[in-house]
Design a binder for this molecule. Structure first.
Ligand SMILES: CC(C)(COP(=O)([O-])OP(=O)([O-])OC[C@H]1O[C@@H](n2cnc3c(N)ncnc32)[C@H](O)[C@@H]1OP(=O)([O-])[O-])[C@@H](O)C(=O)NCCC(=O)NCCSC(=O)C[C@@](C)(O)CC(=O)[O-]
Ligand SMILES: NC(=O)C1=CN([C@@H]2O[C@H](COP(=O)(O)OP(=O)(O)OC[C@H]3O[C@@H](n4cnc5c(N)ncnc54)[C@H](O)[C@@H]3O)[C@@H](O)[C@H]2O)C=CC1
Length: 442
């Protein structure tokens, strides 16, 4: 049972594990063995992982899979994917092969603008605030010069600051809406540092500004933070081919297949319950590459879903149409990611993932990640409108069910052959497994 504890953070790693074992593990020794089983045998490497977060007791493994054959803008890519869900990597590989034979994926970065905001309350005269802002805007930017110096040398930095009056949404609420170019970095820490300096300068200057009378009461800085909603940091990935070339599904004509995919996307646009699952399938691909490359999947998830809801109702992140006999399928998604900073040069598997992707720039990685999302959605939709999702998904999930049942290598081999031409269900596998064990026992 959980009990309160003071000063837990100050304990050593061993003491933390002891505390955990004493208060939480059913079998103290077994729990401690599992925790230790996932430590890296190289103590230096383990310390590196320990220091990524706080109160670390062990490492939490996720499989790192590989999806080859991605032809993007005429060049082949092998995509690393870190994910726990079976069939995602297989689906990516299958979609990659499908589109490789139909011209491959085309991609384009439509914008790289990042956003941060100083949120403040202002209780005085709006026109005085506007005058004040226009007078000190350049000073606000200049006050960050020491922070932005290196970023400016690389061609990035603060691109603009605007004053936004949000009082119609919340009484007396205003923002300094700041935009940034952070090049190969996601930029969260860079942006937050700039924003906190801007807020400090803003407040200081306001106190000296003659038009404000009761300085403390007039202007209250509430907080300074980047926004994970980046609708102008957008990448587009697409595939297209003649409808007649969509000719791999035996039970559907190419035209019927194309129309079903278009309809499946239309249903996601018409029905949020479906759109959420549709987009979850897209995020299967996106998150897996985001994780493998050491990026912040929470930021990407939050931004993607906000973008899906930008019209006021939640819709598909992908689009499909048939025009003049051509099938087109594409995604537009905001992706604020980095190939420098964060964990990118620290986590050995992240470094290796970036090496597999041939050390991309942030813009190149945006394009690869968007392709992974589009491919994943195509694979899922293709299954959904033809055989149904369970056939392929359960084929890949079979090993997990067998592992849950404690199957031996020989039994696994037997069931892979046994299920080659049969539909797999969880209860069906349990029953077949029990029958086999009973047969073997008799
Ligand atoms: C699962 C498949 C790929 C099977 O498809 P299949 O036709 O049985 O595969 P295959 O054995 O004919 O192999 C074809 C290719 O698929 C890949 N592939 C095939 N098997 C493997 C494997 N073991 N390991 C690695 N790659 C594999 C691989 O690229 C292979 O080519 P090869 O390597 O032989 O040259 C197919 O049925 C499929 O794409 N299904 C969709 C699965 C999917 O979307 N999974 C996501 C989880 S479900 C979900 O979370 C989202 C969802 C579905 O709800 C979203 C939505 O509703 O929109
Ligand atoms: N709301 C959110 O999303 C928040 C996220 N974070 C975390 O912040 C981290 C990302 O922040 P960053 O500032 O990107 O990382 P960071 O703090 O590691 O800084 C990256 C730095 O790399 C340098 N750099 C070197 N070469 C560069 C190049 N070619 N292009 C651009 N910069 C280059 C720049 O000085 C840049 O500031 C992630 O770990 C994220 O999880 C932190 C706070 C909030």
């Amino acid at each position: 049972m959980a009990i309160p504890v003071n000063g837990f953070s100050k304990l050593t790693k061993d003491q933390k594990i002891e505390w955990l074992a004493k208060n939480h593990f059913i079998n103290k020794e077994e729990g401690k063995t599992i925790v230790a089983q996932y430590w890296n045998s190289d103590a230096k490497l383990q310390l590196l992982h320990d220091e990524f977060i706080e109160n670390t007791i062990s490492n939490f493994y996720l499989p790192l899979g590989i999806a080859p054959n991605f032809l993007i803008n005429g060049k082949y890519h092998t995509i690393p994917m870190a994910i726990e869900e079976s069939s995602v990597v297989a689906a990516a590989g299958k979609a990659a092969k499908y589109w490789q034979q139909r011209g491959g994926f085309k991609t384009e970065v439509l914008g790289t603008e990042k956003i941060g905001q100083v949120h403040f309350m202002f209780y005085g005269d709006n026109s005085k605030l506007e005058t004040f802002f226009s007078e000190i805007k350049s000073k606000l930017i200049a006050s960050t010069n020491d922070i932005t110096e290196n970023m400016r040398k690389r061609g990035g930095g603060i691109t603009d600051i605007t004053l936004r009056n949000k009082a119609s949404k919340l009484n007396s609420y205003y923002q300094l809406h700041c935009t940034f170019e952070t090049l190969d970095a996601m930029g969260a820490n860079f942006i937050n540092s700039c924003l906190e300096r801007i807020a400090k300068t803003f407040k200081e200057e306001a106190q000296h500004f003659s038009l404000f009378t009761t300085e403390e009461k007039d202007l209250e800085i509430v907080m300074s933070i980047l926004s994970n909603y980046v609708p102008n940091c957008i990448v587009k990935a697409s595939v297209s081919c003649k409808v007649e070339d969509l000719n791999e599904d035996k039970n559907l004509t190419p035209k019927a297949f194309a129309e079903k995919i278009v309809r499946a996307v239309a249903i996601a646009n018409a029905e949020p319950h479906r759109a959420v699952t549709h987009n979850k399938g897209i995020m299967n691909g996106i998150d897996a590459v985001v994780l493998a490359t050491g990026n912040d999947f929470r930021a990407i998830e939050a931004g993607a879903h906000a973008y899906a809801a930008k019209s006021g109702s939640y819709k598909s992140l992908t689009h499909a149409e048939i025009e003049n006999g051509i099938f087109k399928f594409w995604i537009e998604i905001p992706l604020a990611i980095g190939t420098v900073g964060g964990l990118t040069s620290l986590h050995p598997l992240v470094k290796l993932s970036l090496e597999i992707l041939e050390k991309p720039s942030a813009e190149e990685l945006m394009q690869i990640i968007a392709v992974a999302g589009l491919a994943q959605n195509f694979a899922a939709l293709r299954s959904l409108v033809t055989d149904g999702i369970q056939k392929g998904h359960m084929k890949m999930h079979l090993m997990n069910i067998l592992n849950q049942l404690g199957a031996t290598a020989k039994e696994k081999e037997y069931f892979v052959t046994y299920y080659k031409d049969k539909t797999i269900t969880h209860s069906g596998v349990i029953s077949a497994f029990n029958s086999l064990r009973e047969k073997d026992a008799s």
